[in-house]
Design a binder for this molecule. Structure first.
Ligand code: HEC
Ligand code: HEC
Length: 384
């Protein structure tokens, strides 16, 4: 029994040493300390008056969110102390990454494009294949993930946090005593995710004023997005914060990544279906799509205009209407059948150059320039 323990300990010891030797550590862990405001930032307030609740009814506790912020930027939550959540989810990129696939703790690449994080209170399922519906479970997944942060098993994660002197007071403030548990780590990370609310955009302000301050091009783009082209049928839901539903948009005839089909055992025909992503802050989150294949918004618009493939699962929303008309709402999104019984061809939108420009300009009214600079969401660590 004793021997086994020694073997187990030395196995983890060796593994850590081996990893540390393989990978150059830029900053010794002891040198990184969080610097926080005297009284906690207010995460429970909104910068502008809006008609919806971007927290989705969840109470925001400022002390728990503060702890979550520190954990989000904590590199010790990866096995070799190199990677934090913030290493792939960059604030200045609206919590996405600039590359098609992100580098994990050993520089291995994630299989998909890093999702931005925004208004998660209005979403019910997470990841491109919607595989997680519980945000509190979801936030621990990347820590254990063998590509992202590689920190397993959980007791080892807790032991690492207990070794860092700044956590005891942060846990005490957040939860009443300084005990560090897995549930508290996930609650705090979840709270910080919920605090990442972005509503300070020309679009949201516009809604309060009847869009009178929109330029002509922005207004044209808005009309096209909501009324002429089918964009809002998918992207308009949950206050444009992304849907907990998925669709196949005909990127390929044969998808390399099965998407939602990969997590359904029932053999549902959900091949090539991916989460309908938010278009909030889309200006900052290039490259686009689940695999980051498009570098610019212009490329995405051209894809919808002329590039959709006749994949058998292509959404009925994106097929030619049988009477030659543009688009009809037809079946509601949630219950649309995967296969179009009429076998209609992919929609060709025949956009003019002016229309394409206007769509892109409109999408940029969804940018929240304060969100990507807000000190409440920034990396609190400094190097001493
Ligand atoms: C190595 C890069 C990397 C790290 C580190 C990382 N993530 Fe992610 N994150 C991703 C990728 C890639 C996806 C999309 C994965 C997928 O859909 O299969 C993602 C998706 C997400 C989503 C889903 C958003 C949505 O709209 O569905 C959230 C929330 C999230 N990550 C939070 C976190 C948290 C919290 C941490 C730290 C505990 C973290 N991430 C660490 C790369 C990373
Ligand atoms: C049938 C639902 C549907 C319709 C209609 C639709 N989209 Fe999408 N959109 C999606 C899905 C699903 C994705 C992700 C696809 C993937 O990665 O496989 C996506 C991705 C995008 C992205 C990239 C988002 C990112 O974070 O990478 C942009 C931009 C976009 N759509 C804009 C538009 C515009 C503009 C229109 C109208 C011309 C439109 N969409 C119509 C479902 C739809």
């Amino acid at each position: 029994m004793r021997n086994k323990k020694v073997i187990a300990v030395s196995f983890f010891g060796w593994l850590t040493l081996l990893l540390a030797a393989c990978v150059k550590q830029e900053v010794p862990a002891e040198a990184r300390v969080p610097v926080l405001p005297e009284s906690p930032y207010r995460y429970d307030t909104l910068p502008i008056d809006i008609t919806f609740d971007p927290f989705g009814g969840h109470e925001i506790d400022n002390d728990v969110a503060t702890l979550g912020r520190v954990l989000f930027y904590e590199t010790q939550l990866s096995i070799n102390n190199r990677v934090s959540c913030g290493s792939c989810h960059f604030q200045h990129l609206a919590f996405s990454d600039r590359t098609a696939r992100s580098k994990g703790f050993l520089d291995r690449l994630t299989p998909r494009n890093t999702s931005p994080i925004v208004n998660v209170g209005l979403q019910e399922a997470f990841f491109w294949d919607l595989r997680q519906s519980e945000l509190s479970d979801m936030v621990l997944d990347p820590i254990a993930n063998h590509i992202e942060m590689g920190l397993e098993p959980r007791p080892y994660m807790l032991a690492k946090l207990k070794n860092l002197p700044y956590y005891a007071p942060l846990f005490a403030k957040a939860f009443g005593d300084s005990v560090i548990t897995e549930d508290r780590v996930s609650d705090a990370l979840e709270m910080f995710m919920r605090a990442l609310v972005s509503v300070n955009t020309r679009f949201d302000i516009g809604r309060n004023t009847g869009f009178v301050h929109f330029t002509e091009e922005e207004e044209l783009g808005r009309q096209l997005f909501f009324f002429k082209f089918p964009c809002s049928a998918c992207h308009g839901g949950s206050e444009l914060s992304g849907l907990s539903e998925a669709a196949n948009v005909g990127l390929d005839m044969d998808y390399e990544d099965d998407g939602v089909a990969g997590i359904h055992e029932s053999g549902d025909p959900l091949d090539g279906w991916f989460k309908i992503p938010t278009l909030r802050n889309i200006e900052f989150t290039a490259p686009y799509m689940h695999d980051g294949r498009f570098a610019t918004l212009e490329e995405v618009v051209e894809f919808y205009n002329s590039g959709m493939q006749p994949h058998p699962q292509l959404s009925t929303m994106l097929r030619e209407h049988t009477d030659g008309g543009f688009f009809s709402l037809g079946t509601p999104l949630g219950s649309q059948s995967a296969l179009d019984p009429l076998g209609r061809q992919p929609l060709r939108m025949h956009m003019t150059p002016e229309e394409k420009r206007a769509l892109v300009t409109f999408m940029k009214t969804l940018s929240d320039h304060n969100f990507i600079r807000d000190p409440r969401f920034s990396d609190p660590f400094v190097i001493r």
